[in-house]
Design a protein around this ligand. Structure first.
Ligand SMILES: [Zn+2]
Length: 279
């Protein structure tokens, strides 16, 4: 009897290890325990890492994630900051001891409890504007910051938008390149398989061809999502980013919150970050 129990336990343990090889699938299951997986380290030593459940991911303190759109000295608009303002924001973040983090780091923090640098901030850009490569990236690089650039592939090589060479160069310089759909159609409008193909699968593949590496992060057009869409995106991406929307407690990795940065002083930016993310 006792031997039988041991055999069953061993079998269940085996199942637990196998089921944890796909952390994203496991988080969807809503299981509330902690499990361990075997990960092959560089030096072939097998290391154990904790894998957080959905509830644990959802409970982790949020990290400030900023979202810029236009950086231009042209007419004022809701989604525009001037180049001088952008420059002052980066300087104050650096002077205040912030460290820019990449989505890979945020994912590892949320899923594996890896530590983040002190005062982490993620700096993201939507809509593939040319000034992201011309102004934002060089300005950030002055401080050792790296950003995250979400691309609509329909704009590649179009006037006022980044060229494919600029996008490839950003990735080469250590920035992250993510996807922002093919033509900015919102996820809630993807009804058929063909829509997912056109807005997600095909442009993801195209972008991967441009940068020569996997594209693992998504920003929702207009920041708008629904639960079904978030679950579908979980098949394609490690993390997806909204704007101010409430996070989905069942799919927290696909509903990471960001704040839009308006034209404002750098002190006002810090206050907004504290108000929005509590740090
Ligand atoms: Zn957008």
């Amino acid at each position: 009897m006792r031997r039988k129990q041991m055999l069953i336990s061993a079998f269940l343990l085996g199942l637990a290890v196998i089921s944890c090889n796909h952390p994203k699938q496991r988080q969807q299951s809503g299981n509330s325990g902690t499990a361990t997986i075997s990960v092959e380290a560089k030096d072939s030593v097998v290391a154990k890492q904790a894998v957080n459940t959905t509830a644990m991911v959802y409970a982790k303190p949020e990290v400030p994630v900023l979202c810029y759109h236009r950086i231009s000295d042209g007419p004022k608009s809701e989604y525009r900051v001037s180049s001088a303002t952008f420059t002052s924001h980066m300087k104050l973040l650096a002077d205040s001891g912030y460290h820019s983090i990449q989505p890979d780091q945020l994912y590892d923090y949320l899923v594996y409890n890896k530590s983040l640098p002190e005062k982490p901030v993620m700096i993201t850009f939507d809509d593939s504007r040319a000034e992201h490569a011309d102004i934002a990236a060089p300005e950030m690089e002055k401080y050792g910051f790296r950003g995250v650039f979400f691309i609509m592939t329909i704009t590649c090589n179009k006037k006022n938008y980044m060229t494919t060479d600029q996008i490839a160069q950003l990735a080469k310089a250590g920035h992250t390149v993510g996807l922002h759909s093919w033509d900015h159609t919102m996820v809630i409008k993807y009804k058929e398989e063909a829509d997912w193909q056109k807005q997600v699968a095909a442009p993801k593949q195209k972008l991967e061809g441009i940068i020569g590496r996997p594209v693992e992060y998504w920003a929702y057009p207009n920041g708008v999502y629904d639960h079904k869409g978030a679950e579908e995106l979980n098949k394609y991406f490690k993390l997806s980013f909204t704007l101010y929307s409430k996070r989905d407690s069942l799919v927290p990795l696909q509903t990471v919150r960001r704040m839009i940065v308006p034209e404002c002083t750098s002190q006002a930016l810090l206050k907004s970050m504290h108000r929005t993310f509590g740090k």
